[in-house]
Design a binder for this molecule. Structure first.
Ligand code: HDL
Ligand code: ZN
Length: 436
């Protein structure tokens, strides 16, 4: 940013001297839009998989239509009961959702409109008859070239996966050499260990780690050996866990014990951050399966205690409740080892993304990560990142205009630096810096 100086030689030309390249009010919007359109972002949290993982990597129109966000909306616009829906084939489910949400009603929700945007991005029809042609188009694609095209349309250079070392469908690929696609980065996801210990500790034992149900004796050391083995296998950018709205720290739970005694020390040893995604209320309606989770306001004193107790750990944090967003910003001002990221899940709607992003800029400047896609189906990144750019443009324009009106100014290079920081280097630096 450049401080404007007042010209004294020519008093009639009061106001700012035009330092080289400083943008005038009207030029700011177009410069912001050009930078956002031309910068490739890093998508720091998704549920996508590279082709090496085979069928657990979801893509194509039937997977797009049966996304759990759309399933939740489907049950509100159809008389079909979940028990009957779950009996249908993938194609029959997609047909039912298409009919209810795209033919019988206007697709104006965020998730339905996203499907229309994906069809348009591939120059496919978007009217009621579009489903058959869309199926023919996606069936004709080969996944490797399709991925490159999708990333290009989405304006992303790489995505970060969510990898579960206790998932029977995923482990065989890691045990047979893993994956080497640099556009897909790994993350060590630890839900089954951190809050699913009682159901999953035997899987660790089966993988050869001497752990027991109450994590006594050598269990903590064996969890650290497990993390060391998977860190070497996956080379994860960070470790991650989703925590409920009731998460507390410290407390007497297995979660607190394993987090503080095994996982955070291993993050420090490997030099990688810990991602905490806090606020989910799991399975409020089990009949909806993956779509059955909801949201609850969390007590972020747990996060405060973690950031203060472990100053040498770096925390990547997203919270699910809109009511937790402002205090997350305040905590980020108190703890430089806390990096807020994304407008997660039920927050990833323009009306809420705008509020969250504006208060983050007002309190944190560019020292946060505005967005991730959370994509589960490959082509979702196209609409999720298109919507992010559409929502971010007026917010950044407004921020620079306010600076301009207060006597400051920016060049297009300044804007490029800021956008790079928020959607690339904040994450690159956070995951590459060694702790300590
Ligand atoms: O725990 C998570 O990573 C969440 O993102 C869940 O996967 C959730 O079901 C989801 O897909 N949110 O977008
Ligand atoms: Zn997720």
């Amino acid at each position: 940013m450049h401080m404007a100086t007042t010209s004294v030689k020519h008093p009639e030309v009061k106001g700012r001297s035009r330092a080289a390249g400083l943008l005038g009010g009207e030029q700011i919007r177009s410069a912001v839009e050009e930078v956002l359109a031309s910068t490739q972002f890093i998508d720091i949290h998704t549920h996508l998989f590279s082709p090496a993982f085979g069928k657990i990597g979801l893509w194509g129109i039937d997977e797009l239509l049966t996304y759990h966000y759309l399933e939740a909306e489907f049950f509100r616009s159809s008389s079909m009961k979940p028990d009957n829906y779950w009996k249908l084939s993938k194609k029959e489910k997609a047909d039912a959702i298409w009919k209810a949400l795209f033919v019988e009603n206007s697709p104006i929700s965020e998730a339905t409109r996203g499907i229309v945007a994906v069809l348009q991005a591939f120059d496919l029809p978007t009217d009621a008859s579009a489903l058959a042609e869309a199926r023919r188009f996606f069936e004709a694609q080969t996944i490797e070239t399709h991925i490159r095209k999708v990333f290009e349309l989405a304006g992303i250079s790489s995505v970060v996966m969510t990898n579960d070392p206790l998932d029977a469908e995923e482990v065989p690929t890691w045990m047979n050499g893993g994956q080497k696609d640099s556009q897909f980065q790994a993350v060590l996801r630890l839900d089954r260990i951190l809050w699913g210990w009682s159901q999953h500790w035997q899987e660790l034992a089966r993988q050869g780690y001497a752990v027991d149900e109450r994590a006594t004796g050598k269990s903590v050391a064996e969890v650290r050996r497990f993390l060391e083995d998977w860190n070497a296998r996956m080379r994860p950018l960070y470790m991650a866990v989703s925590l409920s709205d009731e998460f507390q720290f410290p407390d007497e739970s297995m979660t607190s014990k394993i987090l503080s005694e095994a996982i955070l020390p291993s993050c420090r040893e490997f030099g990688i951050p810990m991602s905490l995604m806090i606020g989910v209320r799991r399975q409020v309606n089990p009949a909806l399966r993956l779509a059955g989770d909801a949201v609850g306001r969390a007590d972020l004193r747990a996060l405060e205690n973690l950031c203060r107790t472990f100053p040498d750990n770096r925390f990547l944090v997203s919270v699910l409740s809109r009511e937790n967003q402002h205090e997350l910003c305040v905590y980020a001002r108190k703890f430089s080892n806390l990096m807020p990221f994304g407008c997660w899940w039920f927050l990833n709607n323009p009306s809420i993304v705008e509020e969250i992003t504006r208060e983050r800029i007002e309190m944190l400047g560019t020292s946060f990560i505005p967005q991730h896609s959370d994509a589960r189906v490959l082509e979702q990144v196209i609409y999720k990142w298109r919507n992010t750019r559409t929502t971010l443009a007026p917010i950044l324009t407004n921020s620079y205009r306010l600076l301009h009106n207060d006597g400051g100014g920016v060049t297009k290079q300044d804007i490029q630096r800021d956008v790079n920081r928020m959607l690339r280097t904040n994450f690159e630096n956070w995951t590459k810096l060694s702790a300590g």
